[in-house]
Design a protein around this ligand. Structure first.
Ligand code: SF4
Length: 361
């Protein structure tokens, strides 16, 4: 285990180094407090400020804290956590490799240090045959470009806005680095949440409680208490349209939209108001169903169905580019709210408040 493994723990050779050292993860989580603490820092930092915290002085602790952090994320098992954790790890890696690339110090030229070059990253992700250097940047094969840019926001990344050159997309050096960050993020997110054996999950209970506390305290309300139908995923916009057009919804569709509205913070009264325009609306039934979903009249608070379930029931409608990057309608909405300017959200809130005040008059 060396310094480069510690700086870039997602690399294949870092994983090999952990395996070759015969590390028993169950033993580490049960007995190595320093590793578990650093793993907790990685995860809570990702939630709190989008960073993975300061590197541990020991390469061993730093490297092992990465697989332990993945276990911790899996034990807590929340979509928003997986997304924020993968983003924070990818951002940290991006900062390091772009600094490495611009560092011309002697250490770099003699090799054998802890740096990682752009070419090595391309090789790591099997991209070397699909990214071609040219004089003032790179050309990326279209399928590779589409794959790596699919989660990037901003019109500039859309293929229709790029100049194609012989089936390839010309990109600048910084743009290629952004695409590499996406490759890293994808690898980190891949497979999360892991299936964690019970003894390991039990040993991780204390840090998992700490992470859940941060999740509960953080301003997730900013993400979920703002109701902006324009930012709903296409499936939920469609279901909401159907409700408001007075169409009859099958039970699974009604459960999907009701649980989604409840999960983003609408009260039972607010949901009942939305359904009132529907002639097939039954207030009692809607109240009962919504209270049940909210956990008021049942021991469980229900979460809106995942994309896989929505697809299975035929409720996935008009998926767009962002849908390729998420696996839950709530994640779609969280990403959209994240992307929205705080100022715009403030406008939405004021609009909601005014609407509520008008309704009260
Ligand atoms: S992919 Fe998911 S979020 Fe997108 S429309 Fe389908 S169910 Fe909704």
């Amino acid at each position: 285990m060396n310094a480069r493994h510690a700086r870039y723990p997602f690399l294949g050779d870092a994983r090999d180094a952990v395996e070759e050292a015969g590390v028993d993860l169950a033993d580490v989580v049960a007995n190595d407090d320093a590793v578990v603490e650093r793993a907790r820092e990685r995860v809570t930092g990702a939630l709190a400020d989008g960073t993975v915290g300061d590197r541990a002085r020991s390469d061993r602790i730093e490297l092992l804290s990465y697989p332990v952090a993945r276990v911790l994320v899996s034990v807590v098992d929340e979509n928003v956590l997986v997304r924020k954790y993968a983003q924070a790890e990818a951002d940290a890696a991006y900062d390091r490799f772009t600094a490495d690339e611009s560092d011309d110090s002697e250490l770099k030229s003699v090799g054998g240090d802890d740096r990682l070059s752009r070419d090595e990253l391309l090789a790591e992700f099997d991209l070397a045959d699909h990214v071609h250097a040219r004089r003032d940047g790179y050309d990326v094969d279209v399928p590779t470009y589409l794959l790596l840019s699919s989660s990037l926001r901003g019109d500039d990344w859309r293929l229709v806005n790029r100049a194609l050159d012989d089936g390839r997309v010309p990109v600048s050096e910084p743009e290629l680095d952004t695409l590499l960050r996406e490759a890293i993020r994808g690898r980190i997110e891949d497979g999360l949440p892991l299936s964690v054996p019970d003894p390991i999950a039990d040993a991780m209970e204390a840090p998992a409680v700490a992470v859940r506390d941060v999740l509960a305290d953080m301003d997730l309300t900013r993400e979920i208490d703002t109701v902006v139908p324009e930012l709903f995923p296409p499936c939920m916009q469609h279901l909401l349209d159907q409700v408001q057009r007075g169409e009859h919804l099958p039970h699974h569709s009604r459960f999907a939209i009701t649980s989604f509205l409840a999960n983003i913070g609408l009260t039972t009264d607010e949901i009942v108001d939305i359904y009132k325009v529907n002639p097939g609306f039954g207030e009692e039934m809607t109240r009962y169903q919504t209270d049940h979903i909210q956990g008021d009249s049942s021991p469980t608070e229900y979460t809106a169905p995942s994309c896989a379930t929505m697809k299975a029931y035929g409720d996935c409608t008009n998926p767009d580019d962002l849908c390729d990057a998420i696996n839950h309608p709530l994640s779609y909405y969280e990403v959209k709210l994240d992307d929205e300017d705080d100022e715009d959200l403030e406008d939405w809130r004021e609009r909601d408040d005014e609407t509520a005040a008008d309704a009260d008059d």
